[in-house]
Design a protein. Structure first.
Length: 142
């Protein structure tokens, strides 16, 4: 990708970037819920029993979850700028999110697990777009 902004003229970029942004906002909502649970201010959650969920979370869940969120923000910036470095940061963000999702499968209700699958599907769509765009714009990567 390049930094001229030409990539932002592609309508598929806006779909992929919007998907990335939506996933980031969705994960941010879970981050707020997670912090509130850790502070003992557990709100009523429509999807999970937060008290029971907090008791079953491991340090590995936290590491994977926070890593996924921490890497998604720079990935958004890099995608916006058209930098090929997004291929690295977003790949690790997806990996961390999948690790978190797998660790949570037995902890959360089935509906929350299904939401995790939709998030993963969205991440894969975005990553395929990023790779295809990078390969098309940069023959040296082929």
């Amino acid at each position: 990708m390049n930094t001229s902004g030409e990539h932002r003229r592609n309508p598929v970029f806006w779909i992929a970037f919007g998907t990335m942004l939506a996933i980031f906002v969705y994960s941010g909502a879970w981050l707020v819920l997670d912090v509130l649970m850790k502070l003992g201010m557990t709100p009523q959650a429509p999807v999970v029993d937060t008290g029971a969920m907090q008791d079953t979370l491991s340090i590995w869940n936290d590491i994977a979850f926070y890593t996924a969120i921490a890497l998604t923000l720079p990935s958004l910036v890099l995608a916006w700028r058209g930098s090929n470095l997004v291929l690295i940061t977003y790949a690790f963000a997806i990996l961390a999110a999948v690790v978190d999702w797998v660790l949570l499968i037995n902890t959360v209700p089935e509906t929350a697990s299904q939401l995790g699958f939709f998030v993963f599907s969205g991440q894969l769509f975005v990553y395929v777009y990023l790779v295809a765009f990078a390969l098309r714009r940069n023959p040296a990567l082929r």
